[in-house]
Ligand binder design. Structure first.
Ligand SMILES: CC(C)(COP(=O)(O)OP(=O)(O)OC[C@H]1O[C@@H](n2cnc3c(N)ncnc32)[C@H](O)[C@@H]1OP(=O)(O)O)[C@@H](O)C(=O)NCCC(=O)NCCS
Length: 361
């Protein structure tokens, strides 16, 4: 059997630069792994977009480790390291091409990643892994996180690997999908929510770039989004957002070929933005839309603002992106309020995502 070599792959600036071909091979491994999980290419991301998303910014840097079998890249480990907040943590993703599993490659990549963590004084490693919804494991084959909400199949390779490697299951998310042709429920809900909110609140919408006069308010909402949703057992601390970080993220998203529809809600009495929701779509995958953040500030909850925001943005997506076919969203299983809204909007469960955390000695 040939030997496997683990190396860091410096992230090139472009695909044409030195290392670009290796980067494209590593991106192909990521996409093959996504296809093996889901049985479709909705979550495949092309190499250009991946490259833009992995460029370092003042907010976050990335380390990419690859495993080679001869000259062929067959596995990746990506470390995403926050630089402005959360100084103890980093997020890791390990992906091994289906044809190269059970050869100890993930184990070697995890050692590489743990060394990188140690160099940087990081002690808390977080990760997510996915499983398709469908086959329901028996009760004794389910891993239930300490939240008690949701479960992940104990027999999934990622679960076996993670637990054996010292990770704890700290949360389970539900992946849900909505066919965009089925927005009748959403339109009815938008109408009902608007009646409740009108007079005290109004909606503000933008595409790709937040208006200058709203950007400070928007930065506060993005900051709150880092810790207001249920975190399960994740040791996530509040992120540090300001107008400059908003602009950097907007530029990065656009540079990767992705457009965003943002809908925010403004409190009439104070003039402040008190909630927002984001939908994103990549030009490379015009049928697929991602639901990103949805947040309503604590003191404004209970007025149907979350429903109003999400339903209004679904309507915008249908109008702005006529070739879009479906929307994916992820929610913590204990986030019953958001899940109830999503079910009422027509979303149906399509997958489970396990949240893993390992504290390094
Ligand atoms: C999880 C994953 C990374 C494992 O990669 P791998 O290279 O096959 O893992 P290793 O060979 O290092 O496995 C180490 C140990 O984990 C356990 N393990 C891994 N896959 C297993 C499986 N399918 N069945 C049973 N045990 C398994 C075994 O104990 C194995 O040791 P052994 O082969 O000596 O018995 C791979 O299946 C994968 O890429 N899955 C999709 C992406 C993902 O979920 N990544 C994890 C989140 S970061």
């Amino acid at each position: 059997m040939s030997t496997i070599a683990i190396r860091q792959l410096p992230i090139p600036a472009t695909l044409d630069a030195a290392g670009g071909e290796d980067f494209a091979q590593s991106a192909a491994v990521s996409n093959a792994v996504e296809r093996a999980i889901w049985g479709h290419d909705d979550h495949s991301v092309d190499a250009e977009e991946r490259l833009v998303m992995l460029q370092a910014t003042p907010d976050r840097e990335y380390v990419l480790g690859v495993a080679r079998d001869g000259s062929e890249i067959v596995a990746n480990a990506r470390l995403s390291i926050p630089l402005r907040d959360n100084p103890q943590t980093a997020f890791v993703q390990i992906e091994v091409a289906p044809s190269h599993r059970r050869r100890g490659i993930a184990t070697s990549l995890l050692s590489f990643v743990e060394q990188e963590m140690a160099h940087r004084g990081r002690t808390i490693m977080m990760s997510w892994s996915d499983a398709r919804a469908g086959d329901e494991p028996a009760a004794d084959a389910r891993l239930v996180p300490p939240t008690g909400a949701g479960f992940f199949p104990a027999s999934d390779a990622s679960a076996i690997f993670a637990r054996r490697s010292g990770f704890d299951l700290v949360q389970v998310d539900r992946q849900s999908v909505l066919a965009l042709e089925d927005v009748e429920d959403a339109l009815r809900l938008e109408h009902a929510a608007r009646i409740i909110g009108s007079g005290h609140y109004d909606l503000v919408e933008w595409v790709d770039r937040c208006p200058d006069d709203l950007v400070e308010d928007y930065a506060l909402l993005r900051q709150k989004m880092s810790t207001d949703p249920p975190l399960g057992g994740f040791a996530q601390e509040e992120e540090a957002w300001d107008a400059d970080r908003i602009r950097r993220e907007e530029q990065r998203t656009l540079a990767g070929g992705t457009s965003s529809l943002v809908c925010a809600v403004r409190h009439a009495a104070s003039g402040q933005l008190v909630g927002h929701t984001i939908l994103e779509r990549s030009e490379a995958r015009p049928a697929v839309v991602y639901q990103e953040d949805t947040l309503v500030l604590d003191e404004h909850r209970g007025h149907r603002l979350g429903t109003w925001l999400k339903a209004a943005n679904l309507r915008r997506a249908r109008d702005a992106w006529p070739t879009a076919e479906r929307i994916y969203t992820w929610n913590a299983e204990e986030n019953t309020f958001m899940l109830d809204v999503n079910v009422a909007l027509g979303f149906r469960a399509s997958g489970r995502t396990a949240g893993w955390q390992k504290v390094l000695a």
